[in-house]
Ligand binder design. Structure first.
Ligand SMILES: [Zn+2]
Length: 456
């Protein structure tokens, strides 16, 4: 039940202040100019201090950084050469977590890498170097993540893994493998990948042989979650979280993935901090590092706060917020919250879709794995089968719209003000077994198995 006494006044301020604010664009601009903010870089450290300083200037309480260590990765060199039927070099990059390897083998084109394709060819993959399309076909009914395709390649005994972008433009698409990556993983553009595959036509025996060489650094690193609160009043010991990762991949400024999402989290917090004293629950803003190589910041956050997770009523993740497109509140599970968000949407006079769809590829996942009611702000316009500019060198500031940033920041602030002030929040925490059950029922059991997604 929503206590609406103050909401009309709050809405007018959030919309007026939010839609006139240049602050979220400034954040994206500043974060982009620093560099990638990839784990272990100087720009990451600079971003941490910058976000702390911004949180203080917005009037957040309890502003601090929480250090943790993890197995990080630094890019070195990568090469790919065809050795049969011709000798030819291709432009490639290593995928994060790929260490140092030198392998040779016969190329095997795995197409889109759907479960059926792997099953039909699994006896024929030992020692092969697999090239697979990055596309996640819409007819499968669930996304097929890079981690799943890589995990299947490892289990099939493949010697190497080549990730071919599904969209043209000579861009290579990066993306993390997993710590201790067992076989080399590299990325190639659509154009060069298709050229390589086509060499089979001129080969007498129909085979193409390739050599992959990579040299990268795997080392222990320190990073920091950046945290600030807008303290609640009547239910101040209850917490709702607005979170987003602020790191990008090392090859780009990561302006859309995810400087934009971090800017929307920060700006919605700034707007809400103008109303401290009127919010029942504490609103916590968390900017997560090292999301791109395994949701490491958010995983470490839930590990470090085991004893107090029961105080968290809701976590909203903003990966990719601030882009154009129709927005939905996509809950991880907890259908009992659908009427809550429908009522919130009605009260806001701002129609948005609410549904449940479990996701495992961004920072809400560690929270939902721990049973915490959670969801994400999702873009539901169109059928999404690829990443567009994300994870390429083209994820740059020129793609970012100041208006979309302002629109999403006010949307998130208005939604989360209502969540923070909701009487009798109906969603309970779940046990890990219940969550594993939900994952199975969502048809994601294979993802859990092949992608190393079980958290400890
Ligand atoms: Zn992201």
């Amino acid at each position: 039940m929503l206590n609406t006494g103050y909401m009309e006044k709050l809405d007018r301020d959030l919309l007026g202040e939010g839609m006139l604010s240049g602050e979220p664009y400034t954040l994206v601009e500043d974060l982009s100019d620093m560099g990638s903010r990839f784990g272990g870089t100087e720009s990451e450290r600079e971003a941490v201090e910058y976000l702390l300083q911004k949180m203080r200037s917005y009037g957040f309480d309890n502003v601090h950084k929480e250090p943790f260590t993890y197995t990080g990765w630094r890019r070195g060199t990568a090469s790919l050469a065809a050795t049969h039927p011709v000798t030819q070099e291709y432009d490639v990059i290593s995928l994060p977590h790929c260490g140092s390897f030198s392998v040779e083998g016969e190329l095997h084109y795995m197409g889109l890498g759907t479960p059926a394709e792997w099953e039909s060819q699994q006896d024929n993959l030992e020692g092969k170097i697999i090239i697979v399309d990055a596309k996640s076909p819409h007819w499968i009914g669930r996304g097929i993540h890079r981690l799943e395709k890589y995990g299947r390649a490892v289990l099939a005994g493949a010697a190497g893994f080549i990730w071919m972008r599904d969209q043209g433009g000579f861009l290579v698409e990066t993306g993390g493998l997993r710590p201790g990556a067992e076989i080399p993983g590299i990325a190639i553009s659509r154009e060069e990948g298709m050229h390589l595959i086509r060499l089979a036509k001129s080969s007498g025996d129909g085979s193409v042989h390739v050599r992959i060489e990579t040299e990268n650094m795997v080392e222990e690193m320190t990073s920091w979650n950046v945290v600030g609160d807008i303290p609640g009043e009547e239910m101040g010991d209850r917490v709702v979280i607005i979170g987003a990762h602020f790191d990008g991949h090392d090859i780009a400024p990561g302006s859309m993935d995810d400087a934009s999402g971090a800017a929307v989290a920060m700006e919605s917090g700034r707007l809400l901090a103008r109303h401290r004293g009127r919010l029942a629950r504490t609103i916590r803003i968390i900017c997560f590092p090292v999301e791109e190589i395994g949701l490491i910041g958010s995983r470490r956050y839930v590990q470090a706060h085991q004893g107090e997770l029961n105080r968290i009523d809701f976590m909203l993740n903003l990966d990719g917020a601030g882009r154009s497109g129709e927005k939905a509140v996509m809950l991880q599970a907890w259908p009992e919250l659908l009427p809550v968000f429908k009522e919130i949407s009605g009260d806001m006079r701002w129609p948005f879709v609410t549904d449940t769809a479990f996701g495992m590829s961004s920072d809400m996942y560690p929270f939902s794995y721990m049973g915490i009611p959670s969801g994400r702000l999702a873009d539901i316009s169109g059928v999404k089968t690829g990443r567009n500019w994300g994870h390429t060198i083209a994820d740059t500031l020129d793609k970012v719209s100041s208006l979309d940033l302002r629109s999403d920041s006010t949307l998130v602030a208005r939604i989360m003000a209502r969540v923070a002030n909701w009487d009798n929040w109906p969603a309970d925490h779940k046990t890990t077994d219940e969550i594993l059950n939900i994952i199975e029922r969502a048809g994601l059991g294979e993802v859990l198995h092949y992608s190393n997604k079980k958290l400890t």
